[in-house]
Write a protein of this length. Structure first.
Length: 156
């Protein structure tokens, strides 16, 4: 049989043990809530966070530096096995397939005339890719372009 002193000693010890268990459960619950909120907030913040020099989060590819293409000039690039023609106007960069829709020759940019020309059969396209003259049956395909931090990105 325990004396009263032993009973008094057990009381605070048991209480202390229960409090630490309660503290532990508090931490587990708080950690679970924090993890759940983080799991919900992180995707939302990642979606809303502006692009900060790492390129767009979407499936766009960097194809050139902006200063490689003077205003009024052009550059041909390859992306995913496709030949592309980038044209820089005073306002924007435009991206077209560099493959003529007639018989597949590679088109060029005629800066002074502001036309895309096909050397094979004199097909001519405007700055929207529309056929102006010649045998091409369809416009040139165009691609979305973004310029971020001096780099040109294209989505195929
Ligand atoms: S291949 Fe371009 S006009 Fe014929």
């Amino acid at each position: 049989m325990k004396n009263t002193e032993d009973q008094n000693l057990e009381g605070p010890a048991v209480l202390k043990k229960e409090m630490s268990r309660r503290d532990f459960l508090d931490w587990v619950i708080k950690g679970g809530i924090l993890a759940t909120l983080s799991g919900m907030l992180f995707p939302a913040l990642a979606y809303l966070w502006p692009v900060m020099g790492h390129g767009p989060k979407v499936d766009m590819e960097e194809v050139a530096a902006l200063d490689e293409i003077p205003v009024g000039g052009f550059k041909k690039v390859f992306l995913g096995g496709s030949a592309l023609l980038l044209i820089r106007t005073a306002q924007e960069i435009k991206a077209f397939s560099a493959i003529c829709t007639h018989l597949g020759c590679v088109v060029d940019w005629d800066g002074p005339k502001r036309e895309i020309v096909c050397p094979c059969h004199a097909g001519v396209f405007d700055l929207e890719g529309r056929v102006v003259s010649g045998p091409p049956p369809r416009p040139l395909p165009t691609y979305p372009v973004k310029v971020i931090n001096g780099k040109v990105f294209i989505k195929l």
